[in-house]
Design a binder for this molecule. Structure first.
Ligand code: CO
Length: 133
């Protein structure tokens, strides 16, 4: 399995609009129009810094995994996303090595690419998302 680069860093926020006041107005980063990802019960918006994106994640409802994250840990770093060229191969390798997965199979993420999350238990407490290039 080859990890190409960090695709993006996810940040859990209560409200994208409030968060943009800092990221957009003060840091002058350009924020994409927020999109709703119903399957994951989140609204997301992206900013780009030198080829790496920041992803702001706002929960769409109380049952959203991001809502539960905010309740437990508050706003802040949520996940790292690694770009891989073959996500099926990567998941197979991880399973062979008994890595705990959140997603057993790839699913379609916010940017229409195939993604899968790994459980933080196997990665020293960091939630990791794999995204297919
Ligand atoms: Co992400």
């Amino acid at each position: 399995m080859e990890i190409k680069k960090i695709d993006h860093i996810g940040i859990a926020v209560k409200c994208i609009e409030d968060a943009s006041k800092f990221y957009s107005n003060i840091l002058n980063l350009k924020i994409s129009e927020p999109i709703e990802v119903k399957a994951q019960e989140v609204k997301v918006a992206f900013m780009e810094i030198g080829g790496i994106k920041l992803e702001l994640l706002e929960p769409l409802g109380e049952d959203s995994p991001v809502a539960r994250f905010l309740q437990k840990k508050g706003q802040g770093l949520h996940h790292l996303c690694f770009l891989v060229d073959d996500i099926e191969f990567a998941l197979r390798r991880l399973k062979e090595n008994n890595v705990r997965l959140v997603d057993q199979f790839p699913r379609i993420g916010a940017t229409r690419k195939r993604i899968a999350f790994l459980h933080p238990e196997s990665s020293s407490g960091v939630l990791i998302e794999l995204k297919e290039a």
